[in-house]
Write a protein that binds this ligand. Structure first.
Ligand SMILES: Cc1cc2nc3c(=O)[nH]c(=O)nc-3n(C[C@H](O)[C@H](O)[C@H](O)COP(=O)(O)O)c2cc1C
Length: 329
């Protein structure tokens, strides 16, 4: 079976494969444009970077590709509104919004003709998203995804979660693209997701461990060496998250230690409220991205242990779009 195209708004990608947005500074212009040039959909991770940097990333991506490229923003981010302004001004192909939900940003996107994609993890959220003006597509993310998690059962697979959410969307007459995310790694997974009624899949960890990803070589090695990831109360947002656990959490950076100052990256942060609790997640993710993995937090999906090769985006797509077979990752 040939893979179908994926339509987002009036843009069409050759393959129904979305590279999920990955912050902090993992999916930047090089990865995103490579995915778009390979026929997929690229997403810049827009969380916890200054608005000017996001603008530069969008412009640089557009210099490298005419393909389908958008931005992922976390509603929980303090700078959310300013980052959304940048996406609108730069006329990105779509904005995917997760980690919190509000109607207003989708309405604003619609006013500017930009499709909004809601990242959701329950049938209840699906009902709300489907009724929200400006929600043009939905990304259903399971508990097996890397990063912050939305499902009530933080280990639920996409195969368990998707059918109920899709059924809910169908019943309310939602007709935008519905994308399956979290635990998708190879062509068999894509075929299975399409057979369940998905219009496409979103993959994060596989693209994080690519030549074009902006993660440091040390972080890529940590993903390659890891045998899995686990769900922990890692995040001062209060949301559970899935990461590799290579170190003692005492090593994670804290505000007030070694001159670390709070940059107010989150609207609500338990660590900012009480620095004895948790750690600074922006700095922990940045440490990992820059190669200080011992003092860093490494988000990873539950299939990370099956990824044993650092591949180019082109090779990842060759394996995904070829004949169905389990990918030797
Ligand atoms: C390193 C990393 C960072 C991520 N950052 C974000 C983010 O900033 N915003 C978001 O909505 N999802 C984020 N995600 C989730 C991905 O966009 C994607 O939905 C998820 O990784 C899919 O699951 P998979 O890793 O099993 O493919 C992140 C995932 C990883 C692995």
């Amino acid at each position: 079976m040939n893979l179908p195209e994926l339509r987002i708004g009036d843009k069409v990608a050759k393959y129904p494969v979305v590279q999920g947005g990955m912050s902090v500074r993992i999916s930047l212009h090089k990865l995103v444009s490579a995915v778009a040039n390979a026929g997929g959909v690229g997403t810049i991770g827009g969380m916890a970077i200054p608005p000017g940097e996001l603008r530069d990333e969008i412009q640089n991506a557009k210099k490298l590709s005419n393909g389908v490229m958008g931005v992922n923003l976390m509603y929980a981010g303090y700078q959310f509104d300013r980052l959304l302004d940048v996406c609108i001004k730069e006329k990105v192909d779509f904005v995917a919004i997760g980690a919190g939900f509000a109607r207003e940003p989708f309405k604003r996107l619609k006013e500017h003709g930009i499709p909004g994609m809601a990242i959701i993890s329950s049938a209840k959220a699906a009902r709300v998203a489907a009724k929200t003006e400006g929600v043009s597509g939905v990304i259903v993310e399971s508990g097996q995804a890397g990063g912050h998690l939305g499902p009530k059962d933080p280990n639920i697979s996409i195969w368990e979660l998707f059918p109920e959410v899709k059924d809910t969307l169908d019943k309310v007459g939602f007709n935008g693209p519905v994308i399956a995310a979290g635990g998708i790694l190879d062509r068999l997974d894509i075929d299975r997701a399409l057979a369940m009624g998905a219009d496409g899949v979103q993959m994060g960890t596989r693209f994080a461990v690519s030549e074009e990803s902006a993660a440091s070589p040390g972080m890529k090695q940590a993903w390659l060496k890891s045998i899995g990831s686990q769900v922990e109360d890692w995040s001062p947002t209060g949301m559970l998250s899935r990461a590799i656990v290579p170190h003692l959490s005492e090593r994670l950076p804290k505000i007030g230690i070694n001159g670390l100052r709070c940059e107010n990256c989150l609207k609500a942060c338990r660590h900012r409220d009480d620095p004895s609790l948790y750690h600074c997640i922006r700095k922990a993710l940045t440490n990992a991205q820059e190669g200080n993995v011992e003092d860093g937090l490494i988000f990873a999906g539950n299939r990370v242990g099956e990824i044993s090769e650092l591949l180019s985006v082109k090779e990842i797509f060759n394996r995904l779009v070829g004949q169905p077979q389990a990918m030797e990752a």
